[in-house]
Design a protein around this ligand. Structure first.
Ligand code: CA
Length: 650
């Protein structure tokens, strides 16, 4: 090298060093280049931004955390930056919105050093539908508690939000909250505090001006961490990660701060982002970054439809004559399951359940059984109680019901997101898998990528479901709008046990405000690997034959899902494919009739469609559409109405 070249190199190095001391920037783009994350280290403080094309979807947002060993929010220097890598993961799911999934992302790991020489790594993975990032605390064996996260999400003013308030702990019915059962705050400016004092639940939806949409959530939360949320205050549109409240679940005996032995890997934080809502609705990011299945033989995991007497009859529905009617209905409709809800141990007992299980098998139906998760952490009186929270009792119970031919459990009333509660969720999933039992969590947290890691988790409530529309007329009045928020929020992240399908105009003294066809479209609009339907036998027998045929064939697990049209809280049209059959369904969240122009050109050409649509006086009508595969099909939606279009393999 000539001396002049040497001087040039030295000058360049000096320039880089000075530049580094002030601020550093690392950009990571998605494989198609549509989305770009930028890591920034400014005067020792870490931040990130997210761009959609050239436009900013997430403003400069804080990173870092404070743990019992040291602080990683300031005075940091860049110790290492990994070379760009590509992540490529092809996997299949036995249920969910899509069966075969290809995850492609670009990955870089930033290593930050604090003045004590400790290292915090941040892993960034950018796919075409979003950014996933997580922290990794480096070390060997030392126990560390995470005291606070600085992690935030900063939205520009003008951003609009659809957010799910967290309830305060030990409030609500029999002190069972939080249970992720609230109405969303719809289309509100960012920066407002949550209506209670416990922040906002994931997933959280934002529309950033005219630029695009972002959905915040998390994945890969297990016994190593707590479930987090967005903090109560979001001044200036900056939403911060917050921990559970002190009194959740078992209360003060469990610490708020998650802890573990180093090295510690924290959960993935997700920002699903795109220009259109198709990116949000179709995203599989929550399972893409979750750990692969821990269950080797998935043959016992069968998605399906379940009859369920509780919605209409409460615990009286657990009496034998009613159960036998619901069992016969399930058999007649070719449904795979019947869920026996609370108090079955007192109203029937194990022997009668064993006999009912046998009778069910003779009709081609399997039984699912309800359990109370308690413990003494709330006052929910339903039984069986104290059967699933102690390891030995739980395994003995699971063995006993598995021997009776029971195929799954519904476990209710968890009420918290602390690390200890996450441990309970994981323990139930693992032990249930050992006895080939399916699991349905109720009164529960949002499952965070769990259906990939533990695919015996077939659905979770974590939603203000149909039951609320039977408790209170005010909830029934809001049902259509509420249902139009869920496909863009809660149901993006995981199977959702909304428990739809009420045909009679009245239920428990409440009057249904949606149309009958709105109800019929929900099994397509809402994804749940096991759909627990509220339909009662007297309602089923009043249905026209074409509606019965539809309920006999409707799938609950999908090969493909497409967003067709809609806006959160206003309307939603989704298309789902199983094998060569397509189902397109729409719901109207507004109390006025409307015409929607749908692009259905993706449908197979030359096949007719069977349309189910609203007639006068809440009647259910049908007709054949000769060529539904059109670029601009006109769909008429009644006020709070719906439609179902079936395009079946000839
Ligand atoms: Ca519930």
């Amino acid at each position: 090298m000539k001396s002049s070249e040497k001087i040039l190199v030295l000058l360049l190095l000096l320039f880089l060093q000075v530049g580094c001391a002030m601020s550093k920037s690392v950009k990571i783009s998605s494989p198609a280049g549509t989305l770009t994350a930028e890591f920034l280290l400014e005067e020792g403080r870490p931040f990130y931004k997210l761009y959609l094309g050239q436009e900013t979807i997430l403003e400069r947002s804080p990173l870092g955390l404070t743990c019992s060993r040291g602080d990683f929010t300031e005075n940091l220097k860049l110790a290492d930056l990994s070379a760009p890598e590509t992540v490529s993961d092809d996997y299949t799911m036995p249920h969910g919105k899509q069966s075969r999934i290809q995850y492609r992302a670009n990955r870089r790991v930033v290593s930050l050093q604090n003045p004590q020489g400790q290292i915090l790594q941040i892993e960034f993975q950018v796919s075409n539908d979003g950014l996933a990032f997580r922290y990794r605390l480096i070390g060997e064996g030392q126990t560390t508690a995470i005291e606070r996260e600085a992690t935030g999400f900063a939205f520009a003013s003008g951003t609009v939000s659809w957010l799910h308030p967290m309830h305060d702990s030990k409030t609500g019915w029999e002190k069972t909250y939080p249970s992720y059962e609230s109405h969303y705050e719809i289309e509100k400016p960012v920066g407002l505090p949550s209506p209670y004092s416990a922040g906002w639940a994931f997933p959280a939806l934002f529309r950033v001006g005219q630029i695009g949409w972002a959905l915040l959530s998390e994945s890969g939360v297990d016994q190593r961490y707590c479930g987090t949320r967005l903090a109560q205050d979001s001044a200036g549109g900056v939403y911060h990660i917050a921990f559970p409240q002190a009194n959740e679940h078992r209360g003060p005996q469990d610490p708020i701060a998650p802890s573990g032995k180093l090295p510690l890997v924290l959960p993935w934080r997700l920002i699903i982002a795109g220009r259109g809502l198709d990116v949000i609705v179709q995203s599989t990011l929550a399972t893409d970054v979750a750990a692969p299945s821990k269950i080797a033989d998935l043959s016992f995991i069968k998605p399906g439809r379940a009859s369920w007497s509780w919605l209409r009859y409460d615990s009286v529905g657990t009496d034998l004559p009613i159960l036998q009617e619901y069992l016969q209905m399930a058999a007649d409709l070719g449904w795979e399951y019947m869920l026996v809800d609370c108090d079955w141990d007192r109203r029937l007992g194990y022997e009668k359940i064993a006999a009912l299980s046998k009778e069910a098998h003779s009709k081609g139906v399997d039984l699912l059984l309800w359990y109370n998760s308690n413990g003494d952490w709330n006052n929910a009186p339903m039984t069986p109680k104290n059967r699933v929270h102690l390891p030995q009792v739980r395994r003995e119970e699971f063995r006993r019901i598995a021997e009776m031919g029971i195929r799954g459990i519904k476990v209710d009333f968890f009420g918290g997101d602390k690390q200890a509660t996450m441990q309970l969720y994981m323990d139930i999933l693992r032990d249930a898998a050992d006895f080939n039992l399916l699991v349905n969590f109720h009164g529960a947290t949002l499952p965070r990528g769990w259906q990939r890691t533990w695919p015996n988790l077939v659905t979770t409530e974590a939603v203000m479901g149909m039951e609320f529309c039977t408790f209170d007329q005010a909830n029934a009045d809001r049902q259509a709008q509420h249902c139009c928020v869920l496909p863009f929020t809660r149901n993006v992240a995981a199977s959702m046990d909304f428990t739809p399908l009420v045909m009679d105009r009245k239920i428990r003294g409440v009057r249904r405000k949606t149309t009958a066809v709105f109800e019929l479209s929900l099994p397509i609009i809402f994804e749940s690997a096991v759909q627990h339907f509220g339909l009662a036998p007297f309602e089923a027998s009043a249905l026209p034959d074409f509606a019965v045929d539809y309920l006999k064939r409707v799938p609950t697990a999908w090969d493909q899902t497409r967003f067709v049209a809609g806006l959160p809280g206003k309307d939603a049209v989704l298309a789902r494919r199983k094998g060569n059959d397509w189902y397109v369904a729409g719901i109207n969240g507004e109390n006025r009739s409307k015409t929607m122009l749908l692009d259905l050109s993706f449908l197979p050409k030359g096949r007719p469609g069977i349309l189910i649509y609203d007639g006068a006086d809440d009647s259910i009508q049908t007709k054949i559409i000769h060529s539904p595969s059109a670029a601009a099909l006109e769909a008429q939606l009644a006020p709070s109405g719906g439609f179902v279009l079936q395009i079946l393999q000839p």
